[in-house]
Design a protein around this ligand. Structure first.
Ligand code: F6P
Length: 401
């Protein structure tokens, strides 16, 4: 293999530049030239139209800052199968031939991985460096640690304004139908409640938790200050199991519904209950907060950091994992192992699995939730007692969040 292309696809996030840099540096050491295919699969489909591609020479590669989030290669949410062009796979092959590209390193999540499987079936050699801030692949995916760290910081920082105004804060975060980012970010920021799609929310239970803890904080504060923090995943479901989202948000280029509206819904449900609860006036009076007609119930406010959780700088963990995943993907390609996803490097072993298996969606482990519930976090359901089993491990340990 003499020439390879690098594609990054799907939502951007931390660690992607590390994947690109790791792949290019490993390619150089193997005597392979490495090129950027711009803007995900949109660029791959249109490759034949390009006059030239940017080569990641050692000097160009040296300029890449692995710590910056986003991707030097650009992104799109294009699924090759959805393109209405019966000649699309030949067009892609023609583009690859034009530049002499024999293999692709593709960094993306489940959708991008499924396109990779499709390309492999059409005779294109590719390997997959797993990436998604959603953390919902079977493997660890670059971007998740950076995003979770940013969520934890934003959620922690928002408490200053929450405390100053004695507001209940509902912070909504990306993650689609898996709750990993809300779960891990919420735990890391000492959130009072974490609402995830894996657990349909009973708002009466959530309300009781909010009311008790919020007023307890206010009453324990000499200056009558307190907040309550809820971190909610965008793909939340209500108690009936129905998705909570705003239809008007439309669909993305992959064809998925854009999720929006979860935090607004949580605010409405809690506010409704505050208004109906006759004991609130007494509590407001007890805490000397009550002002008739103006300040009768606490404010419940939604905050949506949105793309900020994917932006900025990558965590050190993601840079490390990204470089290893990019480099490992190149080594797999150069050893004629294609159509697979890098799991990680362990000692001198490059571990990989079939991409079809790697992209099967992974949800929050519901056996873990009771441990956190019993540390006081509300998940919008009746508290479940943990049932621990004890296992003594000898030898190698594998674990990711
Ligand atoms: O796939 C990552 C992700 O951040 C999801 O969690 C979220 O639903 C989506 O991207 C948002 O996509 P876009 O940036 O295209 O609006």
């Amino acid at each position: 293999m003499k020439k390879i292309g690098i594609i990054t696809s799907g939502g951007d996030c931390g660690g992607l530049n590390a994947v690109i840099k790791g792949a290019a540096q490993m390619a150089h050491s193997l005597g392979i030239s490495c090129f950027i295919i711009p803007n995900g699969y949109a660029g791959l489909y249109n490759l034949v139209e390009f006059d030239h591609l940017v080569e990641l020479t050692p000097q160009r590669t040296d300029w890449i800052n692995s710590k910056l989030a986003g991707s030097e290669a650009g992104h799109s949410r294009v699924k090759i199968k959805r393109i209405e062009d019966e000649n699309k796979y030949n067009r892609i092959q023609d583009g690859l031939k034009k530049f002499g590209i024999e293999g692709l390193v593709i960094s993306g999540g489940d959708d991008s991985g499924s396109v990779m499987v499709d390309l492999t079936q059409h005779g294109i050699q590719c390997d997959h460096a797993p990436k998604t801030m959603d953390l919902d692949l079977q493997t660890y995916s670059v971007g998740a640690d950076s995003t979770i760290a940013r969520i934890a910081n934003f959620a922690d920082e928002i408490k200053t304004t929450g405390n100053t105004h004695s507001r209940i804060i509902v912070m909504e975060v990306f993650g689609r139908y898996a709750g990993h980012t809300a779960f891990r970010g919420g735990i890391a920021s000492d959130a009072d409640a974490v609402l995830i799609p894996e657990i349909p929310v009973d708002f009466d239970i959530l309300y009781q938790h909010v009311k008790t803890r919020f007023y307890q904080r206010i009453s324990e504060s000499a200056v009558k200050s307190g907040t309550y923090l809820i971190v909610v995943a965008e793909g939340l479901k209500d108690a009936s199991g129905s998705e909570i989202f705003d239809e008007s948000a439309g669909v993305d280029a992959f064809g998925h519904k854009r999720l929006a509206g979860a935090s607004r819904y949580v605010c409405q449900e809690l506010t409704k209950r505050f208004k109906k609860d006759p004991s609130i006036i007494d509590l407001m009076k007890r805490e000397k907060m009550y002002v008739k007609g103006i300040y009768e119930i606490p404010e419940v406010r939604s905050v949506i950091p949105g793309h900020l959780v994917r932006a900025g700088h990558s965590s050190a963990y993601d840079v490390n994992f990204g470089k290893e995943a990019g480099a490992a993907a190149v080594m797999l390609l150069s050893n004629k192992i294609a159509g697979v996803t890098v799991v990680g490097i362990s000692g001198n072993k490059i571990r990989y699995m079939k991409t079809e298996d790697a992209i099967k969606q992974r949800f929050v482990d519901l056996q873990l939730v009771p441990f956190y519930e019993n540390m006081g976090i509300c998940f919008g359901r009746k508290l479940v007692k943990p049932e621990p089993k004890f296992e003594k491990i000898t030898g190698h340990i594998e674990r990711h969040l």
